[in-house]
Design a binder for this molecule. Structure first.
Ligand SMILES: [Zn+2]
Length: 273
């Protein structure tokens, strides 16, 4: 009799353990679903909020920061900006360093309705003029962007990836970050970056680097305070693919060092610390 009891107990225990295991599995699955849902919804909400936070009409009407309070950290410590007004040229914005929320630089037009931070316009015009005097034909294809513009660029990329690859929104949202900067992490939003291509080759691809315009820019940009921001051999450090057209203003001193040493802005800032 005792033997039978023992067997029954053992069977019951096994069943209980199996049930517990199944419960654990279910809870884990539920947690995962909740987490993914949270991430997914969070991102959508974030993008929408960003889109609404800046109106396009603000592009030209410049808004300068008035007090230090404006530069205080906003939500969850994502924001990293130069603490010193002197350091505005060296502000780091990348996938892990978001720009200040609502930041709008004082803008000035370069040409063809493209605007940049007013403080860099003279150096930029000097650079373009020097290259043109040397017989080159530059074409600016992007400069300052509002948060709204960057958000719509990002969303377009997500939609395109979903269509082309048949992947989920979430997957596409992640992948889009390799080629388009996430809203709030583009230097174009700072007004310190400009995309310059050869007028007779306006493709944004690696071959842009072979144009005379790109070669000249790479060689002379530092003289005017600009750097080639996303070099071919620094994609790991910058998190952005090779962009032979994207030039960033950092000031002449830093630009000289960065271009001469063949480092990227991230590495340069590390040496300063
Ligand atoms: Zn660019």
């Amino acid at each position: 009799m005792q033997e039978v009891h023992k067997k029954e107990n053992a069977v019951r225990r096994k069943k209980r353990q199996q049930k517990q295991k199944e419960m654990k599995k279910r809870v884990m699955l539920l947690c995962m679903v909740m987490f993914l849902l949270g991430v997914f919804c969070g991102k959508i909400v974030f993008a929408k909020e960003d889109a609404e936070s800046v109106s396009v009409s603000e592009v030209v009407s410049s808004k300068v920061r008035e007090s230090d309070e404006d530069r205080v950290n906003i939500n969850d410590g994502r924001v990293v900006l130069a603490e010193d007004e002197e350091d505005w040229k060296l502000v780091l914005v990348n996938s892990t360093h978001f720009m200040e929320d609502g930041y709008t630089p004082q803008l000035a037009e370069i040409e063809n309705n493209y605007y940049v931070d007013a403080r860099i316009v003279e150096d930029l015009q000097d650079m373009l003029a020097a290259g043109r005097a040397a017989g080159l034909d530059f074409w600016i294809c992007s400069a300052y962007r509002t948060m709204e513009k960057q958000t719509s660029l990002y969303e377009n990329k997500v939609q395109r990836l979903m269509q082309e690859k048949g992947i989920s929104y979430e997957k596409a949202y992640e992948e889009a970050g390799n080629t388009v900067a996430y809203p709030g992490t583009s230097e174009h939003q700072l007004g310190l970056a400009v995309d310059i291509v050869a007028k007779d080759y306006q493709q944004l691809d690696d071959k842009q680097a072979n144009t005379e315009e790109a070669k000249w820019l790479k060689e002379h940009c530092a003289e005017y305070g600009f750097i080639l921001r996303y070099p071919l051999d620094k994609t790991e450090e910058t998190g952005i693919i090779f962009e032979p057209w994207h030039y960033r203003y950092v000031g002449k001193e830093a630009a000289k060092e960065i271009m001469e040493q063949g480092i990227c802005l991230e590495e340069y800032l590390e040496t300063l610390n």
